[in-house]
Design a protein around this ligand. Structure first.
Ligand code: UD1
Ligand code: UDP
Length: 368
């Protein structure tokens, strides 16, 4: 069975890293699996791309398309053209896409139009905010997928509400014209659990465990809205007077902070770090403040309180169970949440399946 994996952005390297490792493990046990990796080039700096391949031992991409740093239309369009060429040449049995980026959507469009079976990892998530490019990408990808690998019960429920399946006498019944919905748990938990043992302290900084806040900001809805971005950084600067705020800075955000000359003087800004350094930073921080999707869950995996600088989240179970506080970009709300979020509210829940998602994904492929 030939699986063509499409990836291009940082969180996809991290997600695909675990699934790719499972493919290699199953191959070593004699299963007939072949993975062909296509890197679209959406993220291209060494610390946004190469470092993850090295640290997670992901095989070098078979195809590197070099399409990054463009508008949505140009990026997605050029990816579609190139991925189509690769698919026509490779004739895979499956195309596998991850998450909700432009690389995801491009892969989904090509596979569905060429009638190649499509698997979507991290299916069914919804923010219900159609202004987010990610929401558009994930809804369209889900709709044309043959297998939808959901990370949570909420994701399954979202798909049910959209008519992907019906329940009869407690059993899930597929609806004609929609893909198969499978809850496998979250692949990011696989990575977090496996790579914790290899976590590395970032070399140039002397961080004292549990004395700092780990922060990341990159979402379009924050970076592309001057007021939101200024309010967030004003609040972070204020908080940093009390506790060190370490911010590995996404290149998108760096560009805009420079352009708008936003004050970051109290923050410890560092270059984006590799996954092993990031795992160390999460595991040793006191608190996470972020607008990242992945980091919200990682905070939970490492039992750290999390303040999310967004108006809504796809990971609603974290908010519902008190692990995550949504504050948007409101200065006062951010400061208040900081003052009241010093502890992880342990509840002994297993919200993301326990770290075997990659295994369940490959099992599903082998049963097809
Ligand atoms: C993309 C995804 C977002 C995901 C994020 C993960 C879409 C629509 N968005 O957002 O869902 O959360 O990746 O990080 O697909 N840049 C560099 N070097 C790089 C990468 C990016 O300089 O290696 C700069 C470029 O100026 C680029 C900008 O960042 O134009 C934005 O990159 P892009 O991939 O378009 O979107 P992200 O904000 O990274
Ligand atoms: N991450 C990393 N280095 C960094 C910042 C983030 O390895 O400097 C990891 C983070 O731990 C998580 C993933 O990147 O595993 C999240 O990616 P990102 O926030 O870019 O995207 P999102 O999850 O919001 O789509």
């Amino acid at each position: 069975m030939k699986i063509l994996t499409i990836l291009g952005a940082r969180p996809q390297f991290i997600k695909a890293g675990s699934v790719s490792r499972e493919i290699r493990r199953q191959k070593a046990e004699g299963r007939r699996l072949k993975e062909v990796i296509v890197h679209t080039g959406q993220h291209y700096d060494a610390n946004m791309s190469d470092v993850f391949f090295e640290q997670m031992h992901i095989p070098k991409p078979d195809y590197y398309l070099g399409i990054g740093g463009k508008s949505h239309g140009a990026m997605t369009g050029q990816m579609i053209e190139k991925i189509e060429e690769v698919c026509l040449k490779e004739k895979p049995d499956w195309v596998m896409v991850y998450g909700d980026t432009n690389s995801t959507l491009a892969g989904a469009i090509v596979a569905s139009k060429l009638h190649i079976k499509l698997a979507h990892v991290e299916a069914g998530l919804r923010s219900f905010n159609m202004k987010m490019p990610e929401e558009i990408n994930r809804i369209l990808t889900d709709r044309v997928s043959d297998v939808l690998f959901c990370p949570t019960a909420t994701a399954v429920e979202n798909l049910k509400n959209e008519g992907y399946f019906i329940e009869e006498e407690g059993r899930r019944k597929k609806v004609e014209g929609f893909g198969k919905v499978v809850n496998v748990g979250d692949v990011m938990q696989d990575g977090a659990m496996f790579y914790k043992q290899f976590a590395k302290q970032p070399p140039t900084f002397n961080f004292q465990p549990s004395t700092y806040i780990l922060c990341t900001i990159h979402r379009a809805e924050n970076t592309d809205d001057e007021k939101r971005l200024k309010d967030i950084f004003a609040a972070l600067n204020e908080i940093a007077k009390d506790k060190q705020v370490i911010l590995p800075l996404h290149p998108r955000t760096k560009k805009i902070l420079d352009e708008l000359q936003i004050d970051t003087s109290n923050l410890t800004i560092i270059e984006p770090v590799g996954y092993l350094e990031m795992v160390w930073l999460i595991d040793n921080c006191a608190l996470v403040m972020t607008d990242s999707g992945g980091l919200q869950k990682e905070a939970y995996f490492f039992e750290k309180p999390c303040i999310t600088l967004r108006d809504e989240t796809e990971w609603v179970e974290l908010v519902k169970n008190g692990f995550n506080t949504l504050v948007g970009a409101d200065y006062e709300k951010i400061l208040k949440a900081y003052q009241t979020n010093s502890e992880f509210k342990a509840k002994g829940l297993n919200l993301y399946g326990g770290g075997r998602a990659s295994e369940y994904i490959i099992k599903e492929f082998l049963e097809q």
